[in-house]
Write a protein that binds this ligand. Structure first.
Ligand code: ZN
Length: 363
């Protein structure tokens, strides 16, 4: 064990015990070598990238670096209108005239909730495939690498570095779900956990109502899924085909429905979800039975939120959705570190295949 690995391991155990004040089953195994999700891991991967073009996209509220890594050339198509106005003109092609021959664009936004570290593990392994063809386990992914090379890929490895820095745990496999909840959503002034969905009834999460700020939030108490979309938001103006927001929860892996987007987009999300779930079942991984229904939004009260995924569609016409990976906490869907990696890697493999099969045609 190297010193770094030892620190990595101790930090995971110590943080959980310290913050929780309750017993967290101390693992005696070392976290596997492919399990990279700390900010220093990301910094190192950014420095080591050779094929990918790394840029500083933004600074977080806490002045931490938010990186964007890109693979493949950006198109230089003529755009005469933003997506919204192009749709108003009955012609999305005024935003980007695409005839199906352009490289599909896949944008993977790493977790905007800091405790959802499984998505960072996945992206660190995808970056390794993009750079070397092998994941951090040393496994070959020839189909994924081939399809990836036919796309333009954008990766933000960590969407909320402030929240990740506040998360003292590096793996949730076997952890107490109450500790997961506390570190993720934080505590009220009296020390009791915030819980979903009540945690979203205070935004930004600031002031006297905060005991310990959860990893959900950036350093200004913002939950990035629920920003005010009519304020200027940072978004690449290119035509994104797919925007996938990587999340994790304690249930079986899922593709979540995106509200307030066109029916055709909802149908594409459902089709993709069904393919992904079939893939998970074939690999003996936990999977839901079928993808999200293409329902009318707000047919019953209360209505769904117009969240980050909804907003990203309306910025650029993308098929934007949230993927949730199990965290591995006790009482949730039981998964090992290896299975979490498989859930993320099969997501990417299906996603790039899907994107290559279905290029955008806006003509
Ligand atoms: Zn989340």
């Amino acid at each position: 064990m190297t010193r770094r690995e030892l620190l990595f391991y101790l930090r995971g155990l110590g943080g959980a015990t310290l913050l929780a004040g309750e017993s967290f089953a101390a693992r005696t195994d070392l976290l596997p070598s492919f399990w990279k999700n700390r900010l220093p891991d990301v910094d190192r991967a950014m420095k080591q990238a050779k094929k990918g073009h790394v840029q500083l996209l933004a600074k977080s509220a806490g002045q931490r670096d938010i990186y964007l890594v890109t693979y493949g050339q950006k198109d230089n198509l003529v755009s005469t209108a933003n997506y919204n106005s192009a749709c108003g003109g009955n012609d999305p092609a005024s935003y980007r005239r695409k005839d199906g021959k352009q490289k599909p664009v896949v944008f993977l936004l790493g977790p905007v909730h800091g405790q959802e570290i499984e998505g960072v593990v996945g992206l660190m392994n995808l970056l390794a495939v993009a750079e070397t063809g092998l994941d951090l386990y040393g496994r070959d992914w020839p189909d994924l690498a081939a399809n990836l090379a036919r796309c333009r890929l954008l990766i933000v490895p960590v969407g909320n570095p402030d929240g990740r820095a506040r998360c003292s745990v590096d793996s949730w496999v076997g952890a107490d779900p109450h500790v997961h909840e506390r570190i993720g959503m934080g505590t009220q002034a009296d020390g009791t956990n915030y819980v979903w969905p009540m945690v979203k009834r205070f935004h930004p999460m600031q002031g006297a109502r905060v005991g310990q700020l959860g990893s959900y939030f950036n350093d200004h108490g913002m939950n990035l899924m629920h920003d005010d979309w009519f304020e200027p938001m940072a978004a690449e103006t290119g035509a994104y085909l797919f925007i996938v927001l990587l999340h994790s929860h304690n249930s079986r892996p899922s593709v979540e429905p995106t509200a307030y987007v066109p029916r055709t987009v909802k149908e594409t999300i459902r089709t993709f979800a069904n393919r992904l779930y079939a893939r998970y079942r074939a690999a003996a991984l936990p999977a839901r039975d079928s993808g999200p229904e293409t329902e009318e939004d707000g047919a019953t009260f209360p209505p769904p939120s117009f969240n980050l995924a909804s907003a990203l569609h309306h910025v650029c016409g993308s098929v934007a959705f949230v993927h949730e990976c199990p965290s591995g906490v006790k009482e949730g869907a039981p998964v090992t570190h290896e299975q979490i990696l498989a859930i993320e890697m099969l997501l990417y493999e299906e996603l790039f295949q899907f994107a290559v099969e279905r290029p955008v045609r806006w003509v």
